[in-house]
Structure formats: C-alpha cells, structure tokens
Design a protein around this ligand. Structure first.
Ligand code: ZN
Ligand code: FE
Length: 256
C-alpha cells in the first residue's frame, strides 16, 4: 500500500485545505470552497472518500455540501456544531479511519465552542484547524481563555515529533508578535529567517512540528519566565499563573 501523501490546496487569502492521498483515494480537511478541490481531484484522477471538518466557520465548511453532492464523500464533523451535510458527529475519544490511517478525535474548544482536532498517533500527524497556528493560536470567538489554554495544553502533550497541519498561513505575522513577547528567544530569530525564505519561494510554512512550537510559540510557553514577565509588564497581575498569562498575551495579540 502506498504511503499517505498530504498536500495543501491554497484558497482564499491564506487558507489551506489539506488533501490526503493514497492509492488514488483522497480525503480533504476543511474545504471552504469546492472548486479548487474538484479541480485537483479531476487533474489527478482521485476519488474523494471523506470530508473532514474541524469547526463550523464558513472558510472551513463552504465547500462541503457541493463536494459531497459531487463525489458522495462521507462527511465527518464536530458533534457540538452545525456542519452542513454531516454524516458522522464526532467528539473526544472517537476514532475514525481515513484512507487506512486511524485518527483519534480531540475536543479543543476555544476558537469555537465545539472545535475538534484529528490526531493520527501512528502517522504522527494532527489536523488542528484554527486552534493552533505556527507560532500562534486561534482567536477566542466562542470560548474562554481557560478553555483555550486547556485545548492548547492537550495538543502540547502530543509527541514532540508530531507534524501539525493548521488551516491558515499566518506564520510571519505570528512570528513578529512572538518576537515582541520574547525578544531574547534565539530560536525565534532563526525561525523567522527560515520562514521568510520559504514564503519568498512561495512555499507554505506548514506543517510545523510540536517541538518547534514548544520552542517558539508564545501561546505554548505561558509557563516560561520570559513570557510570564512580558504578560506582567502589559497587565499587572497577569504573570501570576499560566492561564492569566495566556489570556493577557492573547488579548495583546488581538490588538497587535
Ligand atoms: Zn475559524
Ligand atoms: Fe479559519
């Protein structure tokens, strides 16, 4: 059996719909638009078997109904949200098979109330939607800081070599903010240079790895003295614990 390939389908301003391919079969994660997916399927002669949704935002579900109608693909989505044409309603601990690879569902509320992630322990990959970004995290549209902090902690506990597939190319802007939080983090300087070169070549900076996020993503580093101190300097008292630090730097990023 051919090994699994995972490729981005860039769409809109900065979205990635992730296409999984194996032996002529395909699955797609968060297709906000059907057209670029249908074009890719047609060009490569692929059969779409599954549509996998992390949360209900339009840029993640906009193409679901049309893709299902065109291909008959089975639609997986979070149980706690309204997802068009959903066949299976998923929550924490559910397992699904995508092209022969077992995935476990993680509840990761915060960006939205019912947001889920899809983790394949054997393949060391996770699709995180808009929860975790390279050097950043999603905005808190429906959840609270403690909820989002717990969701990020759940992802941070996966094996460090896990490859993280996010739904947006926000990396350079996130790294600029990360450097404002941690100006003395040398790993950030190196990462910025590497990601700027990738973007200059027109390449995605995604996937990232958990190890890289643990070293450079301020939202996963709220237990670090430097990040605590930066939060405290913005908002007296915020440095007292990791959740308050998280809330303060998330609010700071919203205005950055
Ligand atoms: Zn979203
Ligand atoms: Fe999004």
């Amino acid at each position: 059996m051919e090994t699994l390939r995972i490729e981005p389908i860039p769409a809109f301003e900065d979205n990635y719909f992730w296409l999984l391919v194996r032996n002529g079969d395909a699955a797609v994660v968060d297709p906000g638009d059907a057209q670029p997916v249908l074009e890719r399927l047609h060009r490569e002669g692929l059969r779409l078997r599954a549509i996998v949704v992390t949360h209900h935002h339009r840029d993640h579900v906009g193409g679901v109904a049309q893709l299902k109608a065109a291909t008959g693909a089975y639609v997986y989505g979070p149980a706690a949200e309204e997802i068009p044409a959903r066949d299976a309603a998923l929550a924490q601990g559910d397992t699904i098979d995508l092209l022969g690879v077992p995935f476990t569902v993680l509840d990761v509320p915060g960006h939205t109330r019912g947001h889920i992630a899809y983790h394949a322990p054997s393949a060391h990959i996770v699709f995180v939607g808009d929860t975790l970004f390279a050097a950043g995290c999603g905005r808190l549209f429906e959840g609270t800081p403690p909820q989002m902090y717990a969701s990020l902690a759940k992802l941070a506990a996966l094996p460090p070599l896990t490859r993280i597939y996010c739904a947006h190319e926000y990396t350079l802007a996130n790294l600029r903010f990360a450097r404002a939080v941690e100006p003395d983090n040398a790993a950030l300087v190196e990462r910025m240079q590497r990601c700027e070169a990738q973007r200059a070549r027109g390449e995605p900076t995604i996937p990232t790895t958990l190890a890289e996020e643990l070293a450079t993503n301020p939202f996963l580093r709220c237990d670090q003295p430097a990040v605590r101190a930066a939060a405290e300097a913005r908002e007296p008292g915020a440095g007292a614990d990791a959740v308050r630090t998280f809330a303060a730097i998330r609010a700071w990023k919203d205005r950055f």
